[in-house]
Design a protein. Structure first.
Length: 273
C-alpha cells in the first residue's frame, strides 16, 4: 500500500509524523487550530500575534509574523514549522527550510481551501478525526451563510485594511471570500494586486453600499468612521467589525461565518425597519 501524502500550498508533499512533533506556528489562526485539534502540547513556539486560545500564553514567542527571530526558533528544535504565504516573509521561511526543518506552507484564498487545510493538518499530525469534525462544522455553517445571503440583495462593500495610505482587499483574498459567502461583494472587482491602495476618485464612483472597518490588521475605531465617509464623499453607513472573524481561517472561520451571517441579517433587518 502506498504511503499517504498530504500536499501543502506550494505542492510540497508531507508524510504523517512519526514520534512526537515539536511545532512552531508562525500563523495566529493556525496556532488556534492546532490547539483545537488537541495538539497544544506539541506547540513549542509561536509569534507574538498568536494569542488564542488562552493556553497559548505559556508557549515561547519567536518574534512577529514578519520578523521571526530565527535564533529563537532554531533553539526550540522544532520538527515542523507552520507558515503562510501572506503572513510570513519568504526569505525567512526559506531559511527555516534550509536548516532541515519541515515547513508546511499554507495559503487559503477560497473557502474550499479551508477544507484542504483541515485535511492537511489532520493528516500530517494524526488528527484526522478532529479534521473530519472541523470539515463538517465548517461546511454546515457555510451552507447556512449562503442561505442567508440568497435571501438578501447583494451589497457592494469597501473593506479597508489600512490607512495612510488607505488599502483594501481584492477578490482573490480570503477576506473577500468570507464576505462573499454572506452576499457582501468587495470593491474593487479585481484579482490583483491582492491588497490595492484605494483610488479615491474611483471609489467615489463605485456605488459602495457599506463600509466595513475591521479591528485588524489596522485597528479601526469609531474615530475613523467619519474619515471613511469623507473618503467616499457620501453618506454611506460604516460598520465596525471583528477583524479576526473575517480574516482568520482554520477553526476560527467556523465561528467567523456564523458571526458574518448574523451581522448581515441584523443590518439588513435594521435597514428595512
Amino acid at each position: 500500500m502506498a504511503e499517504a501524502l498530504w500536499y501543502d500550498a506550494l505542492g510540497v508533499p508531507h508524510r504523517r509524523v512519526t514520534g512526537t512533533p515539536r511545532i512552531v506556528s508562525l500563523v495566529p489562526s493556525l496556532t488556534e487550530t492546532l490547539f483545537a485539534f488537541s495538539l497544544g502540547e506539541a506547540v513549542v513556539g509561536r509569534t507574538g500575534f498568536c494569542v488564542h486560545p488562552a493556553e497559548v500564553k505559556g508557549v515561547p514567542k519567536v518574534g512577529g509574523t514578519k520578523d521571526v527571530r530565527l535564533e529563537r526558533l532554531f533553539a526550540l528544535e522544532p520538527t515542523h514549522v507552520i507558515a503562510n504565504v501572506d503572513e510570513n516573509r519568504r526569505e525567512q521561511v526559506e531559511a527555516i527550510a534550509a536548516a532541515g526543518i519541515e515547513v508546511i506552507v499554507t495559503h487559503p484564498c477560497r473557502l474550499e481551501d479551508n477544507v484542504a487545510l483541515f485535511r492537511l493538518l489532520g493528516g500530517v499530525f494524526d488528527r484526522e478525526e478532529a479534521a473530519d469534525y472541523a470539515v463538517q462544522a465548517f461546511e454546515s455553517v457555510l451552507e447556512l451563510a449562503r442561505t442567508i445571503a440568497a435571501s438578501l440583495p447583494p451589497e457592494r462593500v469597501l473593506y479597508p485594511i489600512w490607512r495612510g495610505p488607505w488599502m483594501t482587499v481584492a477578490r482573490s483574498t480570503w477576506i473577500s471570500a468570507m464576505l462573499e459567502a454572506v452576499g457582501w461583494q468587495t470593491w474593487p472587482a479585481i484579482e490583483e494586486p491582492r491588497y490595492p491602495v484605494i483610488d479615491e476618485e474611483s471609489v467615489h464612483r463605485a456605488g459602495i453600499a457599506r463600509v466595513l472597518l475591521p479591528s485588524e490588521p489596522y485597528r479601526f475605531g469609531e474615530e475613523h468612521a467619519e474619515e471613511a465617509r469623507r473618503l467616499l464623499g457620501a453618506d454611506v453607513p460604516v460598520t465596525l467589525v471583528d477583524g479576526e472573524m473575517v480574516s482568520w481561517y482554520g477553526t476560527r472561520a467556523i465561528s467567523g461565518l456564523c458571526y458574518l451571517a448574523a451581522l448581515r441579517r441584523d443590518l439588513a433587518e435594521a435597514l428595512s425597519a
